[in-house]
Design a protein around this ligand. Structure first.
Ligand code: AN7
Length: 349
């Protein structure tokens, strides 16, 4: 099936087939963990939804195919977004495919290199701000009201519509509903979208229960957990370096309606999970994505899960987005002269 719009057409507000812009997003693997599960808790069943395998390398593509298709349907010629990186990469790619002009506002020096390279390669106008994501989003909201340009942040309802299809896919792949669904939380669009998706699948009878939604912010960027706007958010997980999430209330509703929780994890816990996912499961995700697993590790230590619980963690973005973080925590490679003896010495076999 080509892309999430064709696959989940009946759940999406697309009217004009000729305006569908897709890069064949979705249909990402749901991977059952073994070594990572054994490390955390042998009594649970732990799955990773590897959204880094979307065309631009993140879950944003599910929302962007719908947002860009609708922008074209509505006759728009240009799109704009604020971004910690992945939204800008996805918007730039889908705008390129759709022949739309894209403007992206990013916090200077605070987005991972891979994401910046994508936005630039796809021909977006990249505007770096001496400010953070929250300030960039405020400007984008202002500007899109003053000019004929479509905002493609998750305040655009079509983004949420597309992203909810990840919840459908998980139920289809699992053949059931997980006990818990774990996500990193930044601007809180994705947790809102997943909860909407699970609820819609239940109301049309495709599933008979709902998961508990568990979301994780970074300690230095945890407005929902702390109950107040964070003016200067900081975390190694730059994707979720957000102090005033646009979908704050909807995230709280997902948490409360599902009986889940929104908690925070430290940068150290994020980096630890980032490394464990790579070393135990062979899956490379970006630091923000690892917050979902870091959160499960944290709650597990508090005895939150019961024997037999199934947990799906969404790995929102690909590890190659942020090679600098990976290299920084991995230490120096070994340097040797090109001699067999020297290599044999270090093999430890
Ligand atoms: C890898 O690109 O906000 O809670 O501007 O890139 O829906 O915001 C990215 C967010 C998690 C948080 N993981 O999702 C942006 C942006 C990754 C992300 C999130 C983001 P939301």
């Amino acid at each position: 099936m080509e892309g999430i719009i064709k696959k989940y057409r009946e759940f999406l507000p697309i009217k004009d087939d000729s305006k569908i812009i897709t890069l064949n997003e979705g249909n990402t693997p749901l991977i059952r963990t073994s070594r990572l599960r054994d490390y955390i808790n042998r009594g649970i069943d732990l799955y990773l939804k590897y959204e880094g395998l979307n065309p631009s390398g993140s879950f944003k593509d599910r929302g962007m195919t719908v947002a860009i298709s609708k922008a074209l349907e509505e006759g728009s010629k240009a799109v704009i977004c604020a971004s910690t990186g992945n939204t800008s990469a996805s918007a730039a790619a889908y705008a390129a495919k759709g022949g739309l002009k894209a403007y992206v506002l990013i916090p200077k020096g605070k987005i991972a290199l891979g994401k910046l390279s994508q936005a630039m390669m796809h021909g977006a106008v990249v505007i770096q701000l001496d400010g953070n994501f929250d300030e960039a989003l405020k400007i984008v909201r202002d500007v899109s009201g003053k000019r004929p340009i479509t905002m493609v942040n998750s305040l655009n309802p079509y983004r949420i519509e597309g992203q909810k299809t990840a919840a459908f896919e998980i139920c289809d792949q699992l053949g059931s509903v997980p006990t818990f669904h774990s996500l990193p939380v930044g601007n809180a669009g994705n947790i809102t979208a997943y909860w909407k998706g699970f609820k819609e699948y239940k109301s049309c009878g495709r599933i008979s229960s709902l998961p508990k939604m568990i979301g994780f912010q970074a300690e230095g960027a945890a407005p929902i957990v702390r109950g107040k706007i964070i003016k200067a958010p900081e975390t190694v997980a730059t994707a979720i370096r957000i102090g005033n999430p646009a979908s704050w209330k909807q995230a709280e509703a997902a948490r409360d309606e599902s009986g889940g929780t929104i908690d925070m994890v430290s940068d150290e816990e994020i980096i630890n999970a980032y490394q464990l996912i790579a070393r135990y499961e062979g899956i490379f995700c970006e630091p923000a994505s690892a917050a979902s697993v870091a959160g499960v590790i944290k709650l597990n230590k508090e005895g939150y899960f019961k024997k037999g619980d199934s947990i799906v963690c969404t790995l929102t973005g690909h590890g190659l987005k942020d090679p600098e973080s990976a290299i920084k925590i991995s230490g120096e490679p070994i340097t040797l002269p090109p001699e067999v003896d020297k290599i044999l010495e270090i093999l430890e076999l």
